[in-house]
Design a protein around this ligand. Structure first.
Ligand code: ATP
Ligand code: MG
Length: 426
């Protein structure tokens, strides 16, 4: 036998038992986004590598070590998208969607990062992203946070996620702060781990979200970014917090929350759970007021977030808030001369008559016993049976699969629709 080929490590197949759960979750997300008046955009999965380097920043984990980059046959440098914001901004500039206009957009799809695969961390994963352009105030920051909160409420997990929030100030404020932080880090250089030593001179703010406990302890006495905030930054942050208070959305201010990508300013936030171990951040976002300009567009303020779909699915499964669907609601089976064609006809008739009902037609014949076992396995609540007498009488026999003791009875096709509805909706 020939050798089999396996999928790439960290790139998962979603099988039917997974996809039914994903579809339900995606449906809730889509309808919530639509109810907020946000519109979908679909960008390519591959973009020029340069786009991500310019948008995300050269000295970030994503660009330094996580991108899937390659040269195509015409020697163009391309990358699989590691996130959606860069492509979304590129598309908006290219199609002149944000010059003097407001946009509230969303997308859903696969992203790629060459990371060490583990629970909640994969090389192909999926995000739902939201990007809002052309709005400056903290009210829109509050709106997108409220939008995520309304999602958690719909899933019944609002008490399982903590909102952590911070302000990164303006780039001028950060530049001043960076000087003080670097001076502090240099004074304690020997106490830093290798990663933080490197970051001190490449991306000092990233030292703040270190996972090293000794460094974390040391940082308690480091200068605070908030001490460098001017009036505007303070006012933006205070109004946002006051909106959240009034909307009844609890939060924790986390001074060490800086987020991994370079483009953020002012508001940054993450929704974090303790139920998933180390990969606890389900959703993260913030303001990126300079990115559009940095990518060649007219200055346009922006704010957004990305929600990690695998982590949301894992969380909902861990908390038992979602169940996989069975394959069918109605199972059509039969035996005897001419039953195959009749089954095809009856199944079609029932699908037309019963909206949103899954009608599964048994193919390939076989003994009734075996067919009923299949019907059971399909999860169908109703079996529709066709034998020679049903064919002759233009009828079907219905069995309620939820009530094994109930009698099976013969009905005309029209009557059967009513009976099936009543069993399914019970
Ligand atoms: P982390 O700190 O966990 O690496 P990140 O800061 O790199 O996350 P973002 O770039 O902000 O993540 O992406 C937003 C969300 O996408 C994350 O909060 C997470 O839920 C999800 N995510 C990011 N990387 C992965 C991955 N490799 N596998 C699965 N989900 C991911
Ligand atoms: Mg990461």
């Amino acid at each position: 036998m020939a050798q089999t080929v396996q999928a790439i490590r960290g790139m998962n197949d979603l099988l039917p038992e997974n996809t039914s759960v994903w579809q339900k979750i995606e449906k809730v997300i889509r309808s919530t986004l639509t109810s907020y008046g946000y519109q979908e955009v679909r960008m390519p999965i591959v973009e020029k590598t340069n786009l991500f380097c310019r948008a995300i920043g050269e000295v970030t984990d994503v660009v330094e070590k996580e991108m899937y980059s390659f040269e195509d046959r015409s020697k163009e440098h391309l990358s699989l998208r590691p996130e959606g914001t860069a492509g979304c901004v590129r598309a908006c500039i290219e199609h002149n969607m944000i010059y003097n206009q407001e946009q509230r957009l969303w997308y859903m799809g696969p992203m790629f990062r060459h990371e060490r695969p583990q629970k909640g961390r994969y090389r192909q994963f999926h995000q739902t992203g939201v990007e809002v352009f052309g709005l400056t105030g903290p009210d829109i920051d509050a709106e997108i946070i409220a939008l995520t909160y309304s999602l958690w409420k719909k899933f019944g997990i609002e008490n399982d996620l903590e909102l952590q929030i911070n302000s990164l100030g303006s780039s001028e404020e950060r530049a001043e702060y960076k000087k003080a932080l670097v001076a502090f880090l240099e004074a304690h250089f020997d106490e830093l781990d290798e990663d933080c030593k490197r970051r001190t001179h490449t991306n000092p703010l990233r030292v703040l979200d270190t996972k090293d406990e000794n460094v974390a302890e040391l940082l308690k006495s480091a200068p605070k970014l908030s001490d460098y905030f001017g009036e505007e930054t303070k006012a933006h942050f205070d109004s946002l917090l006051s909106y959240l208070d009034k909307l009844g959305i609890k939060y924790t201010i986390n001074h060490r929350l800086v987020r991994g990508l370079d483009y953020y300013n002012l508001t940054v936030f993450e929704w974090v759970t303790t139920a998933l171990g180390a990969q606890g951040t389900v959703c993260g976002g913030g303001r990126y007021d300079t990115l559009v300009e940095q990518l060649g567009g007219a200055p346009t303020k922006a704010v957004g977030f990305a929600l990690g779909m695998e982590r949301l699915v894992l969380l909902l499964e861990t908390l038992q808030k979602v169940k996989a669907d069975s394959a069918a609601d109605v199972y059509v089976l039969g035996s005897g001369e001419g039953c195959e064609l009749r089954q095809l006809q009856v199944s079609s008739f029932l699908r037309d008559a019963l909206e949103d009902v899954r009608v599964f037609n048994h193919c390939g014949g076989g003994k009734f016993k075996k067919q009923f076992q299949r019907a059971d396995k399909s999860g169908a609540k109703v079996a529709v049976i066709i034998g020679e007498s049903e064919i002759a009488n233009n009828t079907v026999t219905i069995k309620n699969m939820c009530d094994k003791d109930s009698e099976q009875k013969e009905y005309t096709l029209e009557e059967s629709v009513k009976i099936i509805k009543s069993i399914i909706n019970k």
